[in-house]
Ligand binder design. Sequence first.
Ligand code: ZN
Length: 314
Amino acid sequence: MADQDATAAIRQAAERIAAAGQSPPRAAPDPVNLPMIRHWTQAMGDTNPVYTDAAAAASVHGHLVAPPAMVQVWTMRGLRPAPGAAGDSGDPLGLMSAVLDDAGFTSVVATNSEQEYYRYLRPGEQLTVRTSLEGVTGPKRTALGEGWFVTTRSTWYAGDEAVAAMRFRVLKFRPAAPKGTVGDVLRPVVTADTAFFWDGTARGELRIQRCGGCGALRHPPGPMCPDCGADKPEYVLAAGTGEVYSYVVHHHPPVPGRQVPFVIALVQLTEGVRMVGELLGADPDKVSIGLPVRAEFVRVDSGLTLPAWRENPR
Ligand code: ZN
């Protein structure tokens, strides 16, 4: 009975928040600007010159333009948003999340994000964003636990003109197992795109996705090649060697099934792609960038084998 009441209360809250329509406009802290575009394109490895080279942009667009996929960047709240910042009080995702938190659906994972771009933005434009609640469905049983899918639609405006929109879906769920269970581990979400990888680790194989079109290797795996657009990817077997490209030493918080501190390394494989994994048996003080490593496989149980790394003295 209590569950039915909670379900009804969630549905009512969803209807009320959806009926309120679009949130008030929330202004981007800065106008569209070249320094942020430069950082973003470097981080993403996007070398299209129309974003950063005025001469190249002039011949194509007449002026510099911002990468369309940056649209969400402009209205990010920042690391420490001021409490009660303008427009925050009416944020539908925040309001709906609070309702679900109260009902025990405290964990969140983003599941879908679809963006539409209506035109290019140029440096100097000042954006606002408005968000509405499109729908809330549940409760649904998922691999992560019971939860609700919350879908919002955000629209970005320059003045009164809509310039881009995004449909964004999160799963708010009640974790299936209590946190901190001894011996339990955080499990990866296995999807149609990643199943081949986990099938591989179970057999002691490190598999790298290879594009069925242009042959490019990539990791993590995805449904479609960012270079040529081909779907139907294949895979190749990695030699299992590489070197530490970067790493972190994890001290806190405690992680189920692990003793702190431990080292998580981003490894540059001999084949060129990078993979994340625990660096086993490592003294955190002796890890360094460039450390040669080889792959190992840590069998957790019949359903999960994790790839990991160990120093591989030359
Ligand atoms: Zn390709």
